[in-house]
Design a protein around this ligand. Sequence first.
Ligand code: SAM
Length: 232
Amino acid sequence: MTIYSIGLGPGDPELVTVKARRILEESEIIVVPQSDETGRSVAREIVLRYVSEEKIMMYYFPMNNDRQELQRRYRELALKIKDLLGKGKRVCYVTMGDPTIYSTSNYLTEKLRELGVGVKHLPGISSINAAATLVSVPLCVKGENFGVYEMPPDAEEAVNLIRRHPTTVFMKVNRRLPVLIKAIETVKPEKAFLTRRLGLDGECIYNMLNGAPPPEAAYLSVAVIRTHSGKR
Ligand SMILES: C[S@@+](CC[C@H](N)C(=O)[O-])C[C@H]1O[C@@H](n2cnc3c(N)ncnc32)[C@H](O)[C@@H]1O
């Protein structure tokens, strides 16, 4: 009664770990979360590089922020997985990046454990690491720490967060790009990049010190900001 929850990395199929690949190949059913009603899923494309389509079971999670509906969907999926495990199937669940970072895996794991199902997590390369390495900005050097946040709704809060760490990472920028732009203009950091579609078609780096990125740049993006030598 154990399922693997696998991190697939940021998008480049070559950044799937060797162990994740082995578990994918050994699994009989691979549950792939989907938040897009059209059925598009980056995770699905990555999985298809390593296993055949018949093994894939897509599972839709609506993006409408209705907590009750989401909880119901997680529980429903957990029950389905428990049933499959009970029938002796080898099942795994995949998510993009690392399964412990802003991931549906965290909620599903809770529901599975409530039902007595064990979950083993396999780490994946997070988009945080992919973004920082793409722009060659250290997340931290000796004696430092760094901060990772969802993009906050107002510029004052963003400024405070940027000033809190030598390096700050903002995820889920999306429609809050104007907030990020305003915060960068206020702080004037040493470096500020918006990285988009890491490891995927259309991968892009915007140097925000050279001007504001277009609105579409913020979809599936990670911002990496370094203040002056870490000093405020
Ligand atoms: C629900 S979180 C998932 C994070 C994931 N578990 C991880 O470790 O990277 C989704 C956010 O992760 C970031 N993200 C994930 N994959 C990305 C990619 N390939 N390119 C750019 N950003 C990505 C974006 O900030 C996006 O809004």
